[in-house]
Each structure stands twice: as structure tokens, then as C-alpha cells.
Ligand binder design. Structure first.
Ligand SMILES: [Zn+2]
Length: 583
């Protein structure tokens, strides 16, 4: 069986109709945004088996069978992973390229061992008397067992019961050692790596469990312990929750980066699903690349204390180096996303995210608040703190905007600052307009930018875009400013920063891309976002209305959904994530 490339598996998963596929085996009934049925695995008669299309997963609340569309075939029909992928691909009409005979993946035993361990740990959390301490701990954090079960949380007992359990399942010690689940003591005996800890399973991008993060319960060090690096687990190259968040990241064109496992849980349980976290360390370049693969914009949502800010700006620089757009959301003092989510709910979190400001702007705010810009030496020191962020910005537009903004804030000439940043290769006299247009891959792709680029092409595009798009819909301030000024023929009135954006966009041009196609894609994207937000608003309203009013809201929602599907049949992420309402 040959290896199937990750991106192909991803494509198959995205195209798969999990409700349709599982619906061939059980009779699914809609409940809210999910579907319920009697469980086909333990043969129950009550509707304890849930299919959750917006997460692309299923879960049984009785026998705890769960997974994605591939796992369903593996568990139901006894297929191995590649066969399950091929079967789903066949149904979705996707051809999987054959890559010659490569034999089975030698890491397969490690995946199996970690999966078996994850199941066992999850059962301990549910059933073991010793795990009461973990269940109590979840209660103190306002999390129900029921809520965290589908996410696969587990408990590792203090005893050596894990060793016996794995032996009983026929998993060999050497495999457990290589998978980082056992450690060899100095005297040569083996011990479980995780003891007395609440465990968070960590998945790779294919949604397979590859390791764990464990939080100590009670006294002990360290507070968090991860799996060691193994052939399948590389701490610096994985992001917690990416396997679930990536769909939402694509759709929202943004990622929210938080520090901890509980922060991820809180946001995603609140329905903000495009959230990921590094695994207990600073963000690595590989992790920044992973983010970039799925979204052009990142909002950092870290603690607002000194260490939190340091981590924020370090992560910000790492993301800027990948050419991403980076914003910072600021939490009230003493709160983290988890505590704020508990107190203020999704509305409180959304409020904070809405007020996120650009990472350089956030630095300037903090320096300003500390009085750095009041004196000459202070300005010098402020510039020293801004320079790393300006240097990190790989995207040329962002970099130009940063130079202008920092020069303005510190009261220095921009060309002086530009030299200081060390842009030796760049002319300082007539910079942007005569540079070759950067390739489109350097810049974060977004529908908003595409529309501004089209406007800058002049007529007839200017009128077409201005007709189809309300400036309010552009959320990135410089793009909106340029859009408005071009529409009003008021380019000369642009402020410094937006004027730089204008020049850079003008210099970039369409880069040989087909204008009609760009227009079509961008307008569709905005329209789909509009319709989706309308559906979300209706969803928010629904639970609080009288039955009569609910019926009319549901009819309204169906109308919006039909429009979405009729006009954008290829907008399948929306369809898969939300399901057809009222069916
Ligand atoms: Zn079941």
C-alpha cells in the first residue's frame, strides 16, 4: 500500500460528506447543528451517537467510539488507514495518485500504540476511581466531563496500571518506549512517562494522535509535561488543535493563537474554532509556517502581563517573518482567555478579538504608555524596541507601513529609519514604484486585497468593484482606506500610512492574474462571508425566541442557506460545517 501525500488526504477529508457517508449506516436525525443516531458500534437503541459536521467528526457518548470520516470506515468496516482514505476519495470523486510501491509506513506501530494509549487514558478519566481528582479539577475549571470527552482528554494514573493494560493489548514495551509513553529508569526498569496527570491528546494534521500534553494534578513538577520527540511527535512542528481548527482558519481567513491547552478548549467550546496553541514553548518558525499554510492573518491572544507580552512579541516577529499579518488582542489584567471565556462568554471573547490591533501598533501603544516618546533618549530606546519587529516583517507592504508608522511615532525621518533597519539593497530615494512587483506568494492572499488591486486597475474594474462591495466590508484598515479613496477619487487625501499601501499595491498590480477570475473569487468570498454571518446571527437568536418566531427564523435561515448553496455550490466548507438547516 503506497503512502498518500498529506495534502491529498486533506483534500479528501474536506470533500467528504461525513453526514452522507455515516448516514448510509445509521439513520441520522438532526439536532441543532449536529446529527444523532443509535450507535452502530455498540448497537444501542438510543440516539447517543453524534455526527458533528462542523468538526468533521463523530462520537458515541456511551461506548466512546469516535474519530473522523476515515476512522469511521476503519472501525466500522475494518479497513486500514490508506484503504479508508481511498474509499472516501472514491466517493468524493477524487483520484489519488499512485506513487509506486513504497511498502507500509514503518511508523505504523507507533501510531497504533499511541492510539491504544489514548483510548485507555480516556477510559481512565471516565471510569477510574483514582481519576476523581482529574474530574474534580475539570469541574473547578468549569468543564463538564461530557463536554471534554469528544476531545479525547484522558487521565494517567499514578500506578503502573498502564504497563499491564498495554501488555494485555499486546503492545510491546519497545514500541511504547519509542513512542515516548514509557521511560527507562537508571536501574533499567520501565515506568510510564505520564503519572497523575490530566492528558490532552495532540494530533498531527491528519488528525491522528501522536503524543500528549499532561498537566500535573496536585503538587509536583513540571506543571505541564509533553511527550518527548519521537519519530511521529515533533514538539516544534505541531500545533495543538490544528487538525480541527484548520477548516475554520481557511474559512475565517484568520487564526487565533493562544498559549495553553485550556485556552484552546475554552475558545473552541465557545464556538470560536480557528484557535491553535504551540505546545508549551515559544512559537517556532515551523509552527509559524504551519499557520501560514491555513490563514493569512493571526490574532495573538496571550496574557497581558510582562511574560505574556514578551511571548506575544516573540511570536509576532516569528509570524511576520513568514509574511503573515499579525494583530494583538489585549485581555483585561489578570485574565487569560480561559477565565475571560468563563466570565464573559463568547460575546466577551469576540469583543476582545474585535479590538485587536496590529502588532507594531500594540508595541507603540505600550511604549507610549510608558512615556518613551516624551524624551529624546526615550525615543531612541523606543526605536530600538520597534526595529526587530520592522525587520521581521517579510511582507513588503507591511514593512513599508511599519517604517512609516515607526518614523511618525518616534519623530524621525523615514529614510533615516530605513537605513537603520538595514535595507542595504533598497534604494531610499525612489523606492517602491520602480522595484519589480513582488510575487503574489510573498503577500498574504486575501479577498480584500484582490478587490483593492482590481480597483487600482482603473475602469471598468473600479466601477464594477465599487458597485459590488461596500467599503465597510473590508476589515484591514489600510485596504479600506485605499478602497474608499480610489472610489471617491481622493487619493491625495490619504494619510501617510495608507498612501504607502496605495503605492505598494499600485506597484504590485495584478501580476498577470486573470482579472475576471480574481473578481469572481473575491466577490464570492465576501458574499459567502456575508451570508454565513447572517446564518450565524440567526443561530444566535434562535434559542431565545418563542416557538412561532423560531419557526420563522428557521425559514429565514433555510432561505439564506439555499441562497448560499445556489449561488456558491463550491462553497462546501460552509455546507459541511453547518449542515443544511431544518432537514
Ligand atoms: Zn456507541
Amino acid at each position: 500500500m503506497s503512502l498518500i501525500p498529506d495534502d491529498v488526504i486533506e483534500q479528501v477529508r474536506e470533500a467528504a460528506d461525513i453526514v452522507g457517508i455515516i448516514g448510509e449506516h445509521v439513520e441520522l436525525k438532526r439536532t441543532g447543528s449536529d446529527f444523532r443516531a443509535p450507535c452502530p458500534f455498540h448497537g444501542g437503541t438510543h440516539r447517543n451517537f453524534a455526527v458533528i459536521p462542523r468538526k468533521g467528526m463523530f462520537y458515541c457518548f456511551v461506548c466512546h467510539a469516535g474519530g473522523d470520516v476515515f476512522t469511521f470506515f476503519m472501525k466500522k468496516l475494518g479497513m486500514d488507514y490508506p484503504t479508508a482514505v481511498r474509499e472516501v476519495a472514491r466517493r468524493a470523486g477524487i483520484t489519488i495518485p499512485e506513487r509506486g510501491p513504497t511498502g507500509p509506513d514503518p511508523r505504523e506501530p507507533l501510531y497504533s500504540a499511541v492510539a491504544a494509549a489514548a483510548d485507555w487514558f480516556a477510559r481512565q478519566l471516565r471510569e477510574s476511581p483514582e481519576a476523581q481528582v482529574a474530574r474534580d479539577y475539570l469541574t473547578t475549571r468549569h468543564l463538564d466531563l461530557e463536554t471534554v470527552q469528544p476531545l479525547g482528554l484522558g487521565y494517567a494514573p499514578r500506578s503502573k496500571a498502564f504497563l499491564d493494560a498495554m501488555k494485555g493489548l499486546g503492545v510491546r514495551d519497545e514500541v511504547l518506549l519509542e513512542a515516548g509513553l514509557l521511560a527507562r529508569r537508571e536501574d533499567g526498569t520501565l515506568a510510564p512517562r505520564f503519572r497523575g496527570r490530566l492528558l490532552f491528546p495532540i494530533h498531527d494534521v491528519r488528525a491522528r494522535v501522536v503524543g500528549f500534553g499532561g498537566r500535573i494534578l496536585g503538587e509536583g513538577e513540571p506543571k505541564y509535561l509533553n511527550s518527548p520527540d519521537t519519530p511521529i511527535f515533533h514538539k516544534g512542528k505541531l500545533l495543538y488543535n490544528l487538525h480541527l481548527a484548520k477548516h475554520a482558519m481557511r474559512k475565517a481567513e484568520r487564526a487565533i493563537l493562544v498559549e495553553g491547552y485550556f485556552d484552546v478548549l475554552r475558545l473552541s467550546l465557545a464556538g470560536i474554532e480557528e484557535v491553535v496553541a504551540p505546545l508549551g514553548t515559544g512559537l517556532t518558525p515551523e509552527q509559524a509556517q504551519l499557520v501560514k499554510h491555513h490563514a493569512p492573518h493571526v490574532i495573538l491572544l496571550y496574557d497581558s502581563d510582562e511574560p505574556g507580552l514578551r511571548a506575544t512579541f516573540r511570536a509576532g516577529d516569528e509570524l511576520l517573518r513568514e509574511g503573515l499579518r499579525v494583530s494583538v488582542a489585549t485581555l483585561p489584567a489578570g485574565e487569560d482567555p480561559d477565565t475571560l471565556g468563563q466570565k464573559k462568554g463568547v460575546a466577551g471573547l469576540e469583543e476582545i478579538l474585535k479590538d485587536a490591533v496590529d502588532v507594531l501598533e500594540r508595541k507603540i501603544q505600550i511604549l507610549d504608555r510608558k512615556g518613551f516618546f516624551g524624551t529624546l533618549p526615550g525615543r531612541r530606546r523606543a526605536l530600538d524596541r520597534l526595529l526587530p519587529t520592522i525587520r521581521a516583517a517579510k511582507d513588503p507592504i507591511t514593512r513599508e507601513l511599519y517604517l512609516s508608522r515607526a518614523a511618525e511615532a518616534a519623530g524621525v525621518r523615514k529614510d533615516v529609519l530605513e537605513r537603520e533597519v538595514g535595507d542595504a539593497g533598497r534604494s531610499t530615494t525612489s523606492p517602491v514604484l520602480h522595484r519589480p512587483a513582488p510575487t503574489s506568494t510573498v503577500l498574504p492572499a486575501s479577498a480584500e486585497k484582490a478587490l483593492v488591486l482590481l480597483m487600482l486597475e482603473g475602469e471598468p474594474w473600479k466601477s464594477r468593484v465599487a458597485e459590488a462591495v461596500d467599503p465597510e466590508e473590508l476589515e484591514f484598515p489600510p485596504y479600506r482606506a485605499v478602497f474608499e479613496s480610489v472610489a471617491d477619487d481622493a487619493v491625495l487625501a490619504l494619510d501617510d500610512t495608507s498612501a504607502r499601501a496605495y503605492e505598494l499595491l499600485k506597484a504590485e498590480g495584478l501580476g498577470g492574474r486573470d482579472a475576471n477570475e480574481m473578481y469572481e473569487l473575491a466577490v464570492n468570498w465576501l458574499e459567502a462571508r456575508r451570508l454565513e454571518r447572517q446564518m450565524e446571527r440567526l443561530d444566535d437568536q434562535l434559542p431565545f425566541e418563542t416557538p412561532d418566531r423560531q419557526a420563522s427564523l428557521l425559514a429565514e435561515k433555510r432561505r439564506v442557506f439555499d441562497e448560499l448553496r445556489k449561488r456558491y455550490p463550491r462553497y462546501k466548507i460552509a455546507k459541511r460545517r453547518r449542515g443544511a438547516p431544518g432537514t
